[in-house]
Ligand binder design. Structure first.
Ligand code: HEM
Length: 273
């Protein structure tokens, strides 16, 4: 059938537009996440109010006398600012085109910070014992392990000058490195769409918590692979299906990102120090 084999430019455009919309929503939301970390943890750290980290529901946060644990916590959240901001800049097409040298160095920095985030997160989880339940600890740890593996693959292909493959691994790295942000957006979208918690509990061991936690990095990875298939396919029906999926995910991201900003991050900025 003609429609199954001809690359329909209209659907190609719609798919690109859906991807670009998702990208803009995500960039805006990640920027608000950065402002939250700076405004909440950054402000308290700079003014020496370390105990104030616990003004939010952290797992361990600040513990008097635990200098190493407190230092790792501070590094983890403050490196999160640099990594997330670097990730946003890395994806802006105009910057990539006009400043290739900056793009290369920012990419290397992002990759290094992502690995440091994963290692400090694994340390906090299993050495400091900052986990709500074994299952939530294991899930975020798998996210951390994938970050390290994907970073190694990204470097391996860059060194071997397999640039196209390197770029695919870099995008996979971005997806898993954004897992913590996706998790918050996913939880908010879930709660808003269900008009309240459903299958969630305080220790993140409810069926919805486990599903959301695993989905926070596995779903974006899967969506990226499907998006790549949609971009490359000559089948119009497959491209329509992929476009529908990207549009639906964009809508869910919008709901979750809006909820996270309004209910999680912006109130933390206005809470008294
Ligand atoms: C790579 C992206 C990551 C980012 C941007 C990130 C960001 C953050 C932020 C902002 C917090 C403070 C809590 C909050 O206000 O939400 C936090 C806490 C924490 N993170 Fe991460 N994180 C990342 C990766 C990881 C990984 C891979 C792990 C585990 C393997 C991890 C383990 C933890 C733990 C255990 C805490 C809680 C510490 C406590 O409450 O004492 N993080 N993270």
């Amino acid at each position: 059938m003609k429609t199954e084999t001809s690359p329909n430019p209209a659907f190609r455009r719609i798919l690109r537009l859906s991807g670009a919309t998702w990208f803009c929503v995500s960039v805006l939301s990640q920027a608000i996440f950065v402002v939250y970390i700076l405004g909440f943890y950054g402000r308290r750290t700079v003014t020496g109010d370390y105990a104030g980290w616990n003004d939010r529901q952290v797992i361990t946060g600040h513990v008097a006398g635990d200098d190493i644990g407190n230092l790792v916590f501070a590094l983890h959240v403050l490196l999160a600012v640099l990594m997330t901001a670097g990730g946003i800049l890395q994806l802006v097409p105009a910057l990539r085109r006009r400043f290739p040298a900056f793009h290369r160095w920012n990419g290397r920095t992002f990759l290094t910070l992502a690995v440091l985030m994963a290692l400090s997160g694994l340390w906090a989880t299993w050495v400091r014992g900052s986990y709500l339940s074994i299952i939530s600890g294991l899930s975020v740890s798998l996210n951390g392990v994938l970050i390290v593996i994907f970073a190694a693959q990204t470097i391996r292909h860059a060194v071997a000058r397999r640039i196209a493959v390197h770029e695919v691994w870099a995008m996979r790295l971005f997806m898993v490195a954004s897992g913590v942000w996706f998790f918050r957006v996913g939880i908010m979208a879930w709660v808003i769409l269900n008009q309240g918690p459903r299958g969630n509990n305080e220790t993140l061991t409810g069926p919805a918590d486990i599903g959301l936690s695993l989905s926070s990095y596995l779903l974006p990875l899967a969506a990226y692979e499907i998006y790549r298939i949609g971009k490359g396919t000559r089948s119009t029906s497959l491209r329509i299906a992929v476009t529908g999926m990207v549009a639906a995910l964009t809508l869910v991201t919008m709901i979750g990102a809006g909820g996270a900003a309004v209910f999680m991050w912006l109130p933390a900025l206005t809470s008294p120090q």
